[in-house]
Design a protein around this ligand. Structure first.
Ligand SMILES: [Zn+2]
Length: 232
């Protein structure tokens, strides 16, 4: 729960988990996913989150090397993993996440740690959040109920700030494309049953992460470079 004040505990027996039983992935596999004290099982999702956090950190390192940007974008990555799982479970993006993201963004901008300046960052926020807000309004008008939530708009404000305009457009495009694919492939049946609520945070997270992870260390972005080569 915290790396500063070790307070992670078993939800069954409430015993604190000592640091040596709390090593990401390793402890999970050595203890076979069970609490050392009462042997109750921990959700495999914990191990999965640890795994993707590690993988994403490696990818971020390969792109940004050991730089300030590496730290900033790693934190953004962890934030997006948290947003994804909380939004899937509770259909909400907590304001605490938004505020934390804003603080990291401002820190990155003040320290000049991002590859974009304030102006580019604010334009990105405007495009990302503005687009989601407009889609939300149109959805509200057509469907007569909330389509894109305000939590998504607030998240868009932060993501756009990290990405700048060009990457925001790419991330938005990917988010909507992936969500459309998922709806067509997986959710068709549950939609017919009237269960038509899907969280959009995970798609925004996916679109943003793909946009960042396809940055070409030589310059530009693999997807955008390909697009410009093909189209012009
Ligand atoms: Zn226990």
């Amino acid at each position: 729960m915290s790396i500063i004040f070790p307070s992670s505990h078993c939800f069954s027996c409430n015993k604190n988990i000592p640091v040596y039983y709390n090593i990401p992935l390793l402890s999970y596999f050595l203890l076979k996913g069970k609490c050392f004290f009462c042997r109750s099982e921990f959700p495999s999702r914990y191990a999965f989150v640890e795994l993707i956090s590690g993988l994403f950190t490696i990818i971020t390192y390969l792109i940004f090397d050991f730089s300030h940007a590496f730290f900033i974008y790693s934190i953004l990555t962890y934030l997006l993993i948290a947003v994804t799982f909380v939004d899937i479970d509770h259909f909400i993006i907590p304001n605490g996440f938004i505020i934390f993201g804003l603080l990291v963004l401002f820190f990155g901008l003040f320290g000049n740690f991002l590859s974009i300046n304030w102006e580019e960052s604010m334009s990105g926020s405007f495009v990302f959040a503005g687009f989601l807000f407009s889609i939300g309004l149109i959805g509200q008008f057509i469907l007569k109920k909330e389509s894109i939530g305000f939590g998504d708009v607030k998240l868009g404000l932060i993501l756009g700030g990290f990405l700048g305009v060009e990457y925001s457009v790419l991330a938005l495009y990917l988010s909507f494309a992936i969500s459309a694919l998922v709806v067509i492939i997986f959710l068709n049946r549950s939609f017919k049953k009237g269960n038509n609520k899907i969280p959009f945070g995970p798609y925004l997270a996916a679109g943003t992460l793909i946009s960042l992870f396809t940055i070409d260390p030589q310059g530009g972005n693999y997807i955008l470079n390909w697009y410009y080569r093909t189209m012009f």
